[in-house]
Ligand binder design. Structure first.
Ligand code: PMP
Length: 355
């Protein structure tokens, strides 16, 4: 057997130095009320289950369609684009990986706002690139530096709505930023279905602007792993060189196609989630939290009068899991996903009892 350091030295230097991306806790039992990773609290459309069962009964001995054309056709109709404007991914994390590998090389820079989705940083490090993290203004609007160009800057990730804040930048503001840039800009719209607006129209106006979406949140399909990119066809065909040949399996393609086809399910789900979001925001403010105006399926809560980490610990002991985030130079807070009304009532009652 070899000492651990010998094994480590077999890896590329970038990997040795990498701090692994740690996703939110995923307890696989123990009856937690789970409000920590922005999943949808409701099960997906029954049509999705049926489509997956049918696909499983059909032809699993064959490879899936490499491009997911059935999904692209249906999604294009729903979103008002053409099928060749869509690239399917194994979750939107796969889309983020494909983009980083395509645009950002060793010694170059990937820009992101801070605080935002921590995975972006990991993806840059994997490429031997650096992440350039531009702090948001205290009200989560963009700093002017976000739109400045440099030679090393090769790609920008901008989540909108943002996580953890849930806040949203208006598309007109994003269009103005994109106009000043010569590198590609991805608007990560993982949460955009929960918002009043989105940036899909901007993709037509600016070939360097792209939008990513996921079925993990608004379609209740975090367990399925399906996301997609909307970009101009010239971009999509270049990205095909980089993606794995069969990055989406037959079952997720069948499920995703049924999901995007069931817009009635989506509308009724969004209505429930958005109503609960409004109610929990009001109550959390009554309880003395500062809560950013959320356009997503979670809310970001901070306090000036006391530390929030003990509240996270107490909730966890009482089997309610929320996300505690502590951002260096920025501060800490609780990110609470929108659950069912019963789950949120239980969480709010516990918080009230601790305060
Ligand atoms: N982008 C953002 C901003 C997210 O919060 C998440 C979920 N953690 C993702 C992308 C990835 O979602 P998925 O891979 O499930 O599509």
């Amino acid at each position: 057997t070899h000492p651990a350091s010998d094994i480590e030295s077999l890896f590329r230097p970038e990997i040795q130095q990498l701090s692994p991306y740690v996703p939110g806790e995923q307890p696989q039992g123990g009856k937690f009320i789970k409000l920590n990773t922005n999943e949808n609290p409701y099960p997906p459309s029954q049509k999705v289950i049926t489509a997956i069962q049918e696909a499983a009964a059909a032809r699993l001995e064959r490879y899936p369609d490499p491009l997911g054309n059935a999904f692209r056709t249906r999604a294009a109709e729903v979103l008002g684009v053409e099928p060749d404007w869509i690239l399917c991914g194994n979750g939107s994390d796969d889309i983020l990986t494909i983009l980083t590998r395509s645009f950002v090389g060793q010694g170059q820079k990937l820009r992101l706002p801070y605080p935002s989705y921590i995975l972006y940083r990991t993806l840059a490090q994997l490429q031997g690139a650096s992440s350039e993290e531009v702090p948001f203004q205290p009200d989560f609007t963009l700093d002017a530096r976000f739109a400045e160009m440099s030679d090393e800057l090769r790609l920008i990730f901008l989540p909108n709505p943002n996580s953890p804040s849930g806040t949203m930048l208006p598309p007109a503001k994003i269009a103005a930023v994109a106009e000043r840039l010569t590198c590609p800009l991805l608007i990560d719209e993982a949460y955009a279905d929960f918002a009043d607006t989105n940036c899909i129209e901007l993709v037509r106006q600016n070939p360097r602007l792209m939008v990513s979406r996921t079925l993990s949140k608004s379609y209740g399909l975090a367990g399925l792993r399906f996301g997609f990119l909307i970009a101009q066809p010239e971009i999509i065909s270049m990205l095909r060189k980089v993606k794995d040949s069969y990055n989406c399996d037959s079952l997720s393609l069948a499920g995703a196609t049924a999901a995007i086809d069931d817009q009635k399910w989506l509308a009724s789900n969004l209505q429930k989630v958005i109503a609960t979001r409004g109610r929990m925001t009001l109550r959390l403010r009554e309880l003395g939290f500062e809560v950013a105006d959320s356009q997503a399926n979670f809310v970001w809560c901070t306090r000036r009068d006391r530390p929030v980490q003990p509240l996270y610990e107490a909730l966890k002991k009482d089997k309610v899991l929320v996300r505690y985030m502590n951002y260096a130079g920025w501060g800490d807070g609780l990110r609470i996903s929108v659950g069912t009304d019963d789950q949120i009532d239980a969480c709010l009652a516990l918080l009230a009892s601790y305060l």
